[in-house]
Design a protein around this ligand. Structure first.
Ligand code: PA5
Length: 469
């Protein structure tokens, strides 16, 4: 069987999509997607592509503009540079889209045990703590180990009104004022928030905190390339201009409106067809690199909040959305894979793979004649990981289980920028296929309103009452 390969993309750092194992030729008739099914979707795909172009031009899909905003990125690099040598720890206060991108960038682009390295071995970069919960035990545990004078606290909230983040902020503000005084505290707090004047934004200006603005037309889970992700990344030494360059490159690749040539559209169409035509309503993302596990967790939010919707654009009740799941290769071969291979036919698996991992470890040859382990000697760990991936893909495909792969030549800011952008476009396009609005999150907002009411915020008395009924 001839494998599908797109040869137009020649940059040696291009992120590729391999979707062979989604297709009926590979996983079997009745299971896999057929060329005819993709072709049938092409006219609808073209309509969605045109509507995306119109919305981009109208400034409604702000995340499309971000890769080109190098001016903001340069300012951020300067601002991060002003803390150089003065900051041992960076603490992020935020939740959802305001936290997951930092964690994804940190895990992908900093060494695996960054926080455990000496300052020197970290290249002078701060340790990084992303506080995305209001569990007092873990929150306090960070306050116990940092030096307030040498810690930058980055409060991130697009709306400026999220109870979890604001509570964290109030605790930190008091903590800093108690420990180092109001004046010094100002220097240590950076507020990243939306542009609406009446919110946290205004307070940051009044109190003299450094302020970074999230564009109004970029939603939380699409904000990785705004100051939300860029400032922390610059603080921990990521080349953020390269990140944007990667996203720009992927934007070019995703300009084509031809379904089979656009990696983001194609990945979205395959997910959609797998769901509506084959009942695969669970989308597993399984990186075969520990560095990408948080990218999968970031994507889990993107896919869930964008596509999990009650009503379609015509206002009809549809209750759509695939459930995104994260699994870790190879670890979860020994935990989840049995289910994926033999359990219900309700999952499609997207592998994230890396052609050239940063290093490897040789597995030593044994002198003793022990057949049960001697065969491993002379191989190396990266090779073992790759073979386990191939074996898993093969076993799944033979069992008629749909799987596809995003292949990164290596993990670096350029490829990670591509991957983020690709997955964002994939999500918006798939929203078009489901005919829902992928940019809102009414369910999350409803929860926030109850929290406000139950915590006694004025203007939310009806929510407090409703919560008691
Ligand atoms: O994607 C979204 O809009 C949400 O997940 C938000 O990121 C999350 O609720 C946090 O909101 P905010 O940044 O306004 O504090």
């Amino acid at each position: 069987m001839e494998k599908w390969r797109d040869t137009r993309w020649t940059h040696r750092m291009t992120v590729h999509l391999d979707f062979n194992n989604m297709m009926s030729d590979f996983v079997g008739q009745g299971r896999g997607i057929t060329r005819e099914e993709i072709n049938e979707l092409a006219p609808r795909a073209l309509e969605i592509a045109n509507s995306i172009s119109t919305r981009v031009e109208a400034g409604e899909l702000g995340f499309y503009e971000l890769p080109y905003d190098t001016e903001t990125a340069e300012k951020i690099v300067k601002m991060a540079g002003s803390y150089r040598g003065k900051c041992d720890d960076l603490v992020i206060l935020g939740i959802g889209g305001s936290a997951l991108s930092t964690t994804a960038l940190f895990r992908a682009l900093c060494p695996p045990r960054h926080n455990l390295l000496t300052r020197r071995a970290r290249g002078g970069q701060p340790r990084v703590f992303v506080m995305d919960n209001v569990d007092p035990a873990s929150f306090k545990s960070v306050l116990d180990i940092i030096n307030p004078e040498k810690t930058v606290f980055n409060v991130i909230t697009k709306s400026g009104g999220t109870a979890e983040t604001l509570s964290q902020f109030l605790i930190i503000r008091q903590f800093l004022e108690d420990k180092i005084g109001k004046e010094a505290a100002r220097e240590q707090i950076v507020v990243t928030t939306g542009p609406r004047r009446e919110r946290l934004n205004a307070m940051a200006e009044e109190e003299g905190y450094r302020l970074l603005t999230i564009p109004e037309n970029v939603g939380g889970r699409f904000s990785v390339l705004t100051p939300v992700g860029l400032f922390p990344a610059a603080m921990f030494g990521v080349d953020i201009l390269e990140l944007l360059a990667g996203a720009r490159y992927m934007d070019e690749l995703c300009q084509t409106k031809k379904l089979l040539q656009n990696p983001a559209y194609l990945a979205g169409a395959l997910h959609y067809l797998a769901d509506v035509k084959r009942g695969l309503n669970i989308a597993v993302m399984m990186p075969y690199s520990d560095s990408l596990i948080q990218v999968a967790i970031w994507f889990r939010q993107l896919w869930a909040e964008s596509l999990g919707k009650a009503v379609n654009n015509a206002g009809e009740t549809v209750n759509v959305g695939q459930t995104p799941v994260v699994a870790s290769g190879v670890t979860d071969q020994h935990s989840q894979m049995q289910l994926y291979q033999e359990g219900p036919y309700d999952k499609l698996i997207t592998f994230l793979t890396v052609d050239n991992p940063p290093g490897t470890l040789a597995i030593p040859k044994m002198k003793e004649p022990r057949e049960e382990m001697a065969y491993l000697g002379g191989h190396d760990m990266a090779e073992l990981m790759k073979i386990e991936l191939l074996a898993t893909q093969l076993a799944l495909t033979k069992a008629g289980r749909l799987n596809m792969s995003f292949i990164l030549p290596e993990v670096n800011p350029f490829t990670i920028g591509q991957l983020f952008f690709l997955l964002e476009v994939q999500t918006v396009f798939t929203g078009g296929l489901y005919d829902i609005n992928p940019m809102n999150q009414p369910g999350v907002e409803a929860g926030k309103q109850f929290i406000n009411g139950m915590m006694g915020r004025s203007g939310f008395e009806d929510k407090a009452r409703e919560s008691r009924e």
